[in-house]
Design a protein around this ligand. Structure first.
Ligand SMILES: [Zn+2]
Length: 466
């Protein structure tokens, strides 16, 4: 267990990793590559880890070309750090407190702060390596290059391949407005592509010769709206039309809907998915078209872990939130004003440990790791209060020293918790017992269809040969 005297040692080890954290924070932000296209970002993270003595044990991991695994050390315990590095489309912005698309024409942006997420977890892994070397501790530090968190989730592919099975604990963090331990539940989700195939015809001259795929899609969407009345209040179903015909005077022979169905756990999501498939079939029957439903990715609900959360909370409270310069606080307030939010600056204190029944309506692929091994993470401020991630001001903030300070502080929390896991067998045991109680002996069954070997959104040049 870490003692007060060892805190300075931990913080010094993270301080030594500061150049790694700041470099990744800045260079990943510059790259801002989208999910499954993050080739340079993934290579950069691998290069940095290799420079610091880690070995790349897997590349193009589990069917995801931009995923990897790096490790250092030998034997047990084994700790996994979950690093992400993908950006979001159309949210690029200069690191200025107003709306300003990037001058270099990069349109993607790190509005979810995965540049910082990658930087902080890698920094923590590097610092833990330093501590273990100094203290001659046995064990393995592993960094998972978790590509494509924003779309098809490399962690789901890695979990299906059993790559988290031998971990004692997995640690992660996420950029946020607040400093808080993530001892909460998230929504399980299935993501579906629903296609309808009809028959084209002149819509004025001979509509009786056509069968409208658009009508099938409309009927499907209406069915979904009626279904909503009869699912539990925890269900969330949302969709977009990705293809709905090209011209009104042509009977549309093709339509496509992309849909997310979320709920408190996999059983609820699976039940709703069966119903949605039936609605698609029904819509096709009624319109004399054909339906094809592809479940192309799914995520579990995030499992809390009380012993890990309590330990991480003690470190979070000791480390606190970053100190900001007057210049940084001015930047934060300016950003808030320009986004129409109250100019309250940055979080000034850490949050209390949340009750493990708190439910977040969003989903994360960290959840799939949490069903395989005890998992815990935290949030750390990287953007001003009242501004949510997935917005342009978040991209702007994540490109400044406000962002990289958040990554540095998160690395401190993760390195301290990681060292505890390495040296405290009682903590590992308690975390395992809590994990077993929550999973109740249920094995992790991948939500991915077995025939799906790699994400469907891979660019052509990254598609592995079949
Ligand atoms: Zn994110």
């Amino acid at each position: 267990m870490t003692t007060a005297s060892s805190f300075t040692v931990i913080d010094e080890a993270v301080e030594q990793a500061r150049p790694v954290i700041e470099r990744l924070a800045s260079e990943l932000w510059q790259l801002s590559e989208l999910s499954l296209y993050e080739e340079k970002s993934s290579q950069l993270v691998m290069d940095v880890l290799q420079e610091r003595g880690f070995t790349i044990s897997s590349k193009g991991t589990a069917g995801v070309p931009t995923a990897f695994i790096a490790e250092w050390g030998t034997g047990t315990p084994i700790i996994g750090f979950l690093a992400e590095y993908d950006a979001l489309p159309d949210l690029g912005n200069e690191a200025v407190p107003y709306r300003q698309p990037r001058k270099d024409n990069v349109t993607g942006g790190h509005a979810c702060g995965h540049n910082l997420l990658g930087a902080g977890t890698v920094g923590a892994a590097v610092a833990l390596k330093t501590l273990m070397t100094e203290q001659h501790l046995p064990g393995t530090v592993r960094v998972y290059g978790c590509a494509a968190e924003e779309t098809e989730g490399a962690k789901v592919y890695m979990a299906r391949a059993g790559l988290f099975d031998d971990l004692d604990v997995a640690l992660h963090w996420h950029p946020s407005n607040d400093a808080a331990v993530t001892n909460i539940r998230s929504a399980a989700v299935n993501q579906l592509l629903i296609e309808f195939f009809g028959k084209a015809a002149h819509a004025g001259m001979a509509p009786w010769l056509g069968r409208s795929a658009l009508h099938a899609a409309e009927l499907f969407a209406h069915g979904v709206s009626l279904m909503r009345e009869h699912v539990e209040p925890t269900a969330r179903i949302h969709y977009v039309y990705e293809s709905a015909g090209a011209a009104p005077n042509v009977v549309a022979d093709y339509a496509k809907i992309r849909l997310y169905v979320r709920d408190i756990d996999r059983a609820h999501v699976d039940a709703s998915t069966t119903w949605l498939r039936q609605i698609a079939e029904g819509a096709a029957l009624a319109t004399q078209t054909k339906a094809n439903v592809l479940l192309y990715t799914g995520l579990y609900d995030l499992l809390p872990n009380q012993p890990l959360a309590e330990r991480m909370q003690t470190h979070l409270e000791r480390i606190g939130v970053p100190d900001y310069s007057e210049e940084e606080l001015n930047f934060a307030r300016e950003l808030q004003k320009n986004f129409g939010a109250a100019p309250d600056g940055m979080a000034t204190t850490t949050e209390p440990l949340p009750d493990d029944s708190v439910f977040m309506g969003a989903s994360t692929d960290v959840a799939d790791v949490s069903w395989v091994t005890p998992t815990m993470g935290c949030g750390m401020p990287t953007l001003p209060l009242h501004i949510s991630v997935h917005t342009w001001p978040a991209t702007a903030s994540h490109g400044t020293s406000i962002g990289s300070k958040g990554a540095l502080y998160a690395a401190r929390v993760l390195a301290a918790t990681g060292l505890d896991v390495m040296i405290d067998a009682d903590l590992r045991q308690a975390a395992r017992t809590d994990f077993k109680r929550r999973t109740d002996g249920k094995p992790y069954v991948s939500p991915l269809p077995p025939e799906l070997k790699h994400p469907i959104g891979l660019p052509a040049w990254l598609k592995p040969a079949e």
